[in-house]
Design a protein. Structure first.
Length: 150
């Protein structure tokens, strides 16, 4: 790795952005209505990644969750079970293949998905207001390069 100053600065800044984003995801909370209709604060942290994976697909299976989140099978299964108990997702048998279980968001799950998406959209809009159109084009090129290299 090139250890020139700009490369080190980029690496440090990129690491800080990743750490800050992970911390924000870890502390993400929603106001949750339980099955009795009582409101409680629910810290869903990284479980939002599962909710996001389900909310982003029409038909979502456990395999899709594992691929989208990178979680081991046992962890994904345990976290999905937790989210089912919290009334954020539900399991349904696939109409196409009765052996398959599909995951769907409940009303509370759709609300969580929407709140998370809106929160991060607002954060990025605030950041993007501070940079020029030319800088945005450079960022797009950088992100595309990063996505193509992984």
């Amino acid at each position: 790795m090139d250890t020139s100053t700009p490369n080190i600065q980029i690496l440090k800044l990129f690491s800080e952005i990743i750490a800050q984003t992970i911390n924000e995801i870890d502390s993400f909370q929603i106001t949750h209505l339980d099955k009795d209709g009582n409101e409680t604060q629910l810290n869903i942290g990284k479980d939002i990644l599962i909710i996001h994976a389900i909310g982003s697909k029409i038909d979502c299976s456990m395999k899709d969750i594992i691929i989208a989140t990178g979680l081991p099978n046992s962890t994904a299964t345990r976290r999905v079970g937790y989210l089912i108990k919290k009334d954020l997702i539900l399991k349904k048998i696939s109409k196409k293949d009765k052996r398959k279980t599909m995951l769907k968001l409940t009303k509370n799950g759709r609300k969580s998905f929407s709140l998370f998406f809106d929160y991060f959209t607002q954060k990025f809009e605030e950041i993007l207001k501070m940079i020029s159109e030319e800088e945005k084009e450079v960022l797009i090129k950088i992100f595309k390069s990063l996505m193509n290299s992984s």
